[in-house]
Design a protein. Structure first.
Length: 595
């Protein structure tokens, strides 16, 4: 019996890798899996799934699955791709209603679930589905497949598989994004070049696995390059610090039994760590509470000679976090990049320190075409050519929407030709909805990080719909204001919004979570915020209103749905209007009293 695998870039690479080298370390189970065992398990699960379905071929079928982060997740994902099917990952933490939306839209005919998620899967298919998919247990199939003597895969056939991911839903109902095998391969290959993944890398994986960041950046690309992926999930800052420290504890006096146990396992140093800003923030916050032994070992672990690359993405990186990590690590600067579900990673800062620019997402990756398209007051669109980044009349930087084109860009939204047509130009450029500027930065863009990292770098200003605020005739970047507010010691988190205003068109408002200790000072209010920003921002960018909250809701990738936040904090348009009047009257009385 011959087991066939697709002749994709990924599977061909998996067959070439050193069979004895480690592919996956599953911290939850303690399993250490070689590339040979990984490929064997993928083939066996494919065989068992087809047997259970009583089918020879499920090419093109959408196969949804709910499996927690770990080795079984990776095997499940790859086995679906090995079937030439479309993998539709579902988040274990999401409510059943979200899963029903995904299953209905994707038209998934098969639902795979782990033991831990079986009850959730049964709840999903209990009601509200157009067509009920067949439910199958991943653990049972894996158990049965390992009892059989399945030959090592040696036959390849044309690949036509893919992954369907869903947009985060921060601006609209989640849409299905179909990423073909060719698109995924192009995305992974561009990252291999830009970030220099190798078989020597040991990547620490703490991210959700239903997003592009966790799947492409931290699973498919390292597997393509023969790296080792160590999965530690859910994220816990103490656990991550302990894991980072393990290789550097053995020559120290260790009093803690848990740390002794970790040290005894002789785990290798982590060389590659990619995360979101909230994780980097939590790492910095937790460090002072660690034992002296873990602090010393952790600081050694995150130095550049061991952690060769630390990346931040999925949301804007606040400057205090960037600077704090650089200082703690002894100069290991976080690398920022820009991507989204529809395009994978499109732009990135470079490996050279001069190409890791504060506030920038760098340059288009080699296989990516990028441009900025400006829309003037009359609604006319114009491409901002290189060398034309400044307005010749006003001298101000021109802002434009990022458009992307190339093999890493998806073909369209699943079963949604209307939205697809709307989001692509007639000549094939994908309109990202993100606004950016482009500028030369001294010492950067010289090609040191690669020929792709040359010329002016891109600086994202925010989403066209939510982060670009038009106040008093001026375009303001909410992300720029958020970076400055986060630099204030009183503020832990912030979201800057644009609310309707009869006077300004939109007014800039800030929703903040105060730092620990500050929330006990009720006197810190709008006047304090405005005073602190006076020398940091031009007047029209300084918030005109401030609301202090206990928490700001974020999704799994650290992003904020600003429409939902505005509604939750300020209410509907009428409440916003009344609040605007009240604030304006309060300021008028304040000016009169001062006079």
């Amino acid at each position: 019996m011959a087991i066939k695998l697709p002749s994709s870039v990924l599977f061909e690479a998996l067959r070439r890798h050193d069979k004895a080298s480690t592919a996956i370390v599953d911290s939850a189970s303690g399993e250490i899996i070689t590339y040979a065992s990984l490929l064997q398990d993928v083939s066996s699960l494919k065989h068992q799934l087809l047997q259970e379905l009583d089918q020879d071929d499920i090419s093109g079928e959408r196969v949804a699955f709910i499996v927690e982060n770990g080795y079984n997740y990776v095997v499940t994902l790859l086995s679906i791709l090995a079937c030439n099917a479309i993998a539709v990952p579902l988040a274990l933490s999401f409510p059943a209603s979200e899963h029903r939306h995904v299953i209905n839209l994707s038209q998934a005919s098969i639902l795979l679930a782990s033991d831990k998620s079986l009850q959730k899967a049964r709840e999903v298919i209990a009601e509200g589905l157009d067509v009920i998919p067949g439910l199958h247990s991943v653990n049972e199939m894996l158990s049965r497949s390992r009892e059989n003597d399945i030959p090592y895969p040696d036959v390849l056939y044309t690949a036509d598989a893919g992954i369907m991911l869903f947009t985060s839903g921060t601006t609209a109902k989640p849409k299905g994004v179909m990423l073909s095998d060719a698109t995924l391969s192009a995305q992974a290959q561009s990252l291999m070049e830009a970030w220099d993944y190798t078989s020597s890398d040991h990547l620490l994986h703490v991210l959700p696995l239903h997003h592009i960041h966790g799947i492409v950046n931290a699973v498919l690309t390292p597997l393509l390059s023969g790296s080792c992926i160590e999965i530690v999930y859910p994220f816990d800052a103490d656990a991550v610090w302990r894991r980072l420290s393990v290789p550097f504890l053995e020559n120290q006096d260790i009093n803690n039994d848990k740390e002794k146990s970790l040290s005894a396992r002789k785990m290798p140093p982590i060389t590659f760590f990619t995360a979101v800003p909230t994780i980097w923030s939590r790492m910095l916050e937790t460090y002072p509470s660690l034992s002296p032994e873990i602090q010393a070992a952790g600081k050694e672990a995150i130095s550049r000679k061991h952690l060769r690359l630390n990346i931040s993405g999925s949301a804007a990186l606040p400057k205090p976090i960037r600077d704090g990590w650089t200082e703690l690590s002894g100069g290991n600067v976080l690398l920022e990049r820009y991507g989204m579900t529809e395009v994978g990673m499109a732009l990135s800062c470079g490996l050279d320190d001069n190409d890791r620019i504060d506030g920038s997402v760098g340059w288009p990756l080699r296989s990516v075409e990028a441009r900025l398209v400006e829309t003037n007051a009359a609604g006319v669109q114009q491409v901002i050519e290189h060398g034309e980044e400044l307005d010749v009349v006003t001298g101000k930087e021109r802002q434009g929407e990022i458009h992307l084109r190339g093999p890493t860009v998806f073909d369209g939204y699943w079963r949604d030709p209307v939205t697809t047509a709307k989001e692509f130009t007639q000549d094939g450029w994908f309109k990202t909805g993100d606004i950016a500027t482009r500028r030369h930065v001294n010492g950067s863009g010289q090609g040191t990080s690669g020929s792709w990292a040359t010329g002016p770098a891109y600086f994202v200003q925010g989403r066209q719909s939510a982060d670009i605020i038009k106040t008093g005739g001026e375009k303001v970047s909410a992300l720029e204001i958020e970076r400055e507010i986060l630099a204030l010691p009183e503020v832990r988190e912030v979201a800057v919004l644009g609310l309707p205003s009869q006077m300004w068109g939109q007014k800039v408002v800030a929703v903040v979570v105060l730092s620990e200790g500050t929330d006990s000072k009720p006197s810190w209010e709008l006047a304090d915020l405005r005073k602190s920003l006076r020398n940091r921002l031009v007047g029209y960018k300084i918030p005109q209103d401030l609301v202090v909250v206990q928490t700001i809701k974020r999704n799994a990738m650290g992003k904020i749905n600003k429409k939902e936040l505005a509604l939750a904090v300020f209410g509907d348009a009428e409440k916003i209007r009344r609040r605007s009047v009240i604030v304006r009257e309060e300021r008028k009385l304040l000016r009169q009293s001062v006079a």
